[in-house]
Write a protein that binds this ligand. Structure first.
Ligand SMILES: *Cc1c(COP(=O)(O)O)cnc(C)c1O
Length: 379
């Protein structure tokens, strides 16, 4: 099955009791047993829910994986993966990381004796340099947030295999439509389903996909033991959102390119960060491992003044000023004062995250309207 067919059909069957073509919302906490231990595979809804099962199977298929597990948020999914580790284990991760991931690593799991190294993973050779005999996990995010760095997944996998560490790729920014890390040898794929997969800014959810039966079993144990599961209504909404994932992603990519053309010719725009630009330092790798470049764009303004950026941020009408990304409607954000404000200015600037950096999540509206909106705001 090709992607456009999978989003509609993989793991999804009409309801056997009624023929309902849409997966029912099994809004139940428990299931009646005929005799103790004699049940239909469902005992308690933290452990299994039929609506969730369908979504998990569909997500697994979209990532070319065998197993999918859903969690109450992307962070709950991250939490489960970290609990695969033991005190003394080390993690090597990128230095341009989703803020919440950086927070759970440094503020939660460091206290449990896990050590984290943050390195510019997009620079070839840096991963190997930081790895030790204790390194048990490589944590990749590509493209990164907000600098849109691209990490070579296959090269990271090769480095990890030589010391039997696991590789997890946070594939939220690309979505399974643009990139499938399991195909490149990654052990685990993580999604904030909240973003492109759900796509309508109305659900918070996370997912993990793997091909490894042993890892899946340990993660399923953690999903049930720790309890960060999504409710069936949210699973239904995500199943509904996924049906148009390919169509939305196509438009996100097209609109992204239109916005890039506009920004590249604007006299007030300085640097543009987008993996689809031939001048992007990792463009060649992006072309190899991605099928398109998506709708996430960061750019800076000439002169690098915070107040100029803030004027743009409050000047747009279609681009809504908000955190998050990946929804059908366009969003605009300011990492220095919003998502990355907790990182000291010198640290931010070391990674290129300047005060005038603006991040766009380009939606699926008319590209001309989006350009007009941004043009008026930049002035
Ligand atoms: C949003 C996000 C997360 C966290 O997901 P939640 O669903 O908000 O918990 C993790 N990684 C990336 C790249 C994200 O954008």
């Amino acid at each position: 099955m090709k992607f456009a067919t999978k989003v509609l059909h993989a793991g999804i069957e009409p309801d056997p009791t009624t023929g309902a073509i849409m997966t029912p919302i099994f809004q139940t906490s428990t299931y009646v047993q005929e005799a103790p231990g004699n049940h239909k595979g469902y005992e308690y809804a933290r452990t299994q829910n039929p609506t969730r099962n369908v979504l998990q199977n569909n997500l697994a298929a979209l990532e070319n994986g065998k197993y999918g597990l859903c969690f109450s948020s992307g962070m709950a999914a991250t939490d489960a993966i970290m609990k695969l580790l033991n005190p003394g284990d080390e993690v090597v991760s990128t230095n341009d990381l989703y803020g919440g991931t950086y927070r759970i690593f440094t503020k939660v799991f460091e206290r449990y004796g896990i050590k984290f190294n943050f390195v510019p993973m997009h620079v070839p050779g840096t991963i190997e340099k930081k790895c030790t005999a204790q390194t048990k996990l490589l944590w990749l995010e590509t493209p990164t947030n907000p600098m849109m760095n691209i990490i070579d997944i296959a090269a990271a996998v090769a480095a990890a295999k030589s010391m039997s560490a696991l590789v997890c790729v946070d594939n939220t920014f690309a979505s399974p439509y643009l990139q499938n890390p399991l195909d490149l040898g990654a052990d685990l794929v993580l999604h904030s389903v909240t973003k492109y997969i759900s796509g309508h800014s109305d659900v918070v959810m996370g997912a993990i996909i793997t091909n490894d039966a042993g890892l899946n079993e340990r993660l399923q144990f953690l999903q049930n033991a720790c309890g960060g599961v999504p409710g069936p209504q949210d699973c239904f909404l995500v199943l509904r959102g996924i049906k148009t994932l390919h169509l939305r992603m196509q438009r996100h990519c097209e609109n992204g390119q239109h916005l890039i053309d506009f920004l590249a010719s604007h006299p007030k725009v300085d640097k543009i960060y987008y993996p689809g630009l031939p001048a992007h330092p990792n463009h060649v790798i992006a072309k190899q491992q991605m099928r398109g470049f998506g709708g996430m764009i960061s750019f800076t303004l000439k002169g690098n003044k915070m107040e100029d950026a803030l004027k743009v941020l409050s000047g747009t009408k279609l681009f809504a000023l908000a955190e998050s990304l990946g929804g059908v409607e366009s969003l605009i954000g300011h990492p220095a004062s919003m998502t990355h404000a907790s990182i000291p200015k010198e640290e931010r600037e070391k990674n290129g995250l300047l005060d005038s950096l603006i991040r766009l999540s380009v939606g699926v509206e008319d590209a001309g309207d989006l350009i007009d909106d941004l043009e008026k705001a930049i002035g």
